[in-house]
Ligand binder design. Structure first.
Ligand code: AMP
Ligand code: MG
Length: 317
């Protein structure tokens, strides 16, 4: 069976691309130093960006983390399996390479059935960042993974298009005060409601230790421009006048922008999250120089979509 084969590859120190509900991951045995190093080299990812370790069930939490607070347990119980990553004090199981040498480890139980099947068959933790080159658009289908890393992974498990479409929410619960390190598939409102606490963002917290947060990330090769409220069509038209091949990402089919091509996207944030990365890939595949989009407001999954769009549009190093 394919899952047994995938588990064998992981045991032998190989790489398996796997579907999760957020994006496709590039998986390796989280306890195998050499295997984890291969993830970094295939992705060309700097060592300072620690990896998320995926587990089959919340019962494995205490094998990987210590000093787990009641709040962390409450969130794990409420949102696992699901798109929530908890940063906790680590045990010896995670390698230094996985944790970037930090005293913490990032843990998550994904809810895609194939990911869970593989985790159960493998039994250990699977370190799995998104299956793309560092800084680029995350893959949300098996064919995205294939075109990005096809030659460099032993096996790609095809689980269809990802259900959530953007990465997990990351909360640091290794200290008394929970800190949002990355908005994602679980909303701040869900966390606050379930936890009975206020969740601050790492930006609000001066000196917060939050590795791996860069201005530019998730970037298509083409340029991306974020339009101000109500400015989408004016901005697109201005860009087209410079002679650029412009794509306008919008749910509004009523307006024709001279010299621009419309790429249809949903207006509702969760639906947009699901197709966001595929839309960014279409900009590159269509040979556009630049795409213009008006980011959604911060409500619900809108916060995560805005975060990804701002990073995708940021000046590149
Ligand atoms: P991803 O890029 O989706 O694999 O998510 C990895 C991100 O999780 C990193 O860039 C960090 O922001 C965060 N992360 C992973 N491990 C840790 C850790 N030990 N401590 C704090 N943040 C972490
Ligand atoms: Mg990534």
């Amino acid at each position: 069976m394919l899952i047994d084969k995938a588990a064998q590859i992981l045991r032998a120190g190989g790489l398996v691309a796997l579907p999760t509900e957020t994006v496709y991951g590039l998986g390796a045995d989280a306890s195998n130093e050499l295997a984890v190093r291969r993830i970094f080299s295939v992705k060309q990812r700097p060592a300072s960006h620690p990896l998320i370790v995926h587990l089959a069930a919340a019962e494995q939490l205490d094998a990987w983390a210590r000093d787990v607070s009641p709040l962390a347990r409450k969130w794990a119980a409420a949102f696992w399996p699901g798109p929530l990553t908890l940063v906790l004090k680590r045990t010896e199981l995670a390698t230094d390479t996985v944790t970037g040498g930090y005293d913490t480890v990032a843990l998550r139980v994904p809810r895609h059935p194939l990911a869970l099947e593989l985790l159960r068959a493998f039994k250990g933790g699977i370190a799995a960042p998104s299956a793309n080159r560092f800084g680029r658009v995350s893959p949300t289908t098996a064919s995205h993974v294939h075109s990005e890393l096809g030659e460099e992974v032993e096996l790609i498990l095809d689980g269809g298009p990802c259900e959530v479409g953007v990465e997990s929410t990351i909360v640091d619960v290794s200290n008394d005060m929970p800190l949002l390190l990355r908005p994602g598939g679980i909303t701040v409102a869900q966390l606050e409601q379930t936890g009975g606490v206020t969740v601050a963002t790492a930006e609000e917290q001066e000196g917060a230790h939050a590795p791996g947060r860069l201005a530019s990330h998730y970037a298509p090769r083409a340029g991306l421009k974020l339009a101000g409220r109500g400015q989408l069509f004016a901005e697109a038209e201005a860009l087209a006048k410079t002679g650029a091949k412009v794509a306008v990402l919008t749910a509004d089919a009523s307006v024709e922008v001279p010299g621009c091509t419309r790429i249809a996207i949903p207006s509702e944030a969760a639906a947009l999250a699901k197709v966001l990365y595929a839309a960014l890939r279409r900009i590159d595949d269509g040979g556009f120089d630049v795409a213009v989009i008006e980011p959604p407001d911060e409500h619900g999954l809108g916060l995560a979509v805005r975060d990804r769009l701002m990073k995708a549009a940021a000046p590149r190093a």
